[in-house]
Design a protein around this ligand. Sequence first.
Ligand code: PBG
Length: 334
Amino acid sequence: MTSPFPQTFPNTRLRRLRQAGWIRTLSAEHVLTPSDLIWSMVVHDGAEPRIPVGSMPDLYRLNVAEAAKAARKAESLGIPAIAVFPHINPDRKDERGQEALNPSGLVPEVIKAMKDAAPDVGIICDVALDPYTSHGHDGLVDENGYVLNDTTTDILVQQALVQADAGADVVAPSDMMDGRIGAIRQALEEEGHVNTMILSYAAKYASGFYGPYRDAIGSATALKGDKKTYQQNPANSDEALREVAMDIAEGADMVMVKPGLPYLDIVRRVSETFAIPTIAFQVSGEYAQIKAAGDRGWIDGERVMMETLVSFKRAGAAGVITYFAEQAAELLNA
Ligand code: PBG
């Protein structure tokens, strides 16, 4: 086969374009900026301002006041949006995750405090029951432990409305129930939330990389079994396209691929196939790996952080949800 790009030495020396910083910058195909980042933020309903998360070095659960301060920080760093994840006191968890529907619960409170502090920063809220259920699943379970699709969807619709009422700009269903995007869109329209956006966790895999997150939000010890009957099989790729197509047809404004780095091929396929903003989620386990090796001096943590972040853009992502948002934006602004 002949190449469509005949390149012969020494007419072509590819290293010419790499010889100095200025030409490397000029010929760069992708640039990472703070505006590509979504700050993944864990909040808690206690009084303590900041509680460290053991499996995620330098990450803290923030109380409401600290979260508001962080929103102002996001604004000053040029980070366009924050994705909020709640750690709920175990006393408020139950089988059905009722606390998710409390209009004066942690998430509505955080949304209001952040919007007061930094009205121009977008607030993205996770729609799923796992922070609120005593069993740690994203939905209601039957007597066999199976997560029920349609009854769960009914509750997720109400949860999304509570978030939209509190002022969330984007609701982000991360539960992987079939049909929930359409149901949520319809309810938002009926309630007058016509401009509330939906970022669907469309291609979400049953992944070991979520381990530290379950620790951060306190669902790890609770979780019975795994999430393989609703989250996708890591061996599949075509299935991701079907998930995304369905969510777009049901009204998703943006779609997500999750985890990030091990699924860059999916980011590429989705962003190329569908003309819709595709967001990659660099999840907790990805963060923990880089931090752990960086802290031991086994890799240059900062460098690897930046390398992974630009790789999402190279793969076609419009943005990245990451626990590194603050640190990366500070470096980029320095
Ligand atoms: C669940 C949810 C998860 C994450 C975001 N929403 C974990 C899971 O599915 O168990 C993971 C985030 C991360 O690992 O950083 N609704």
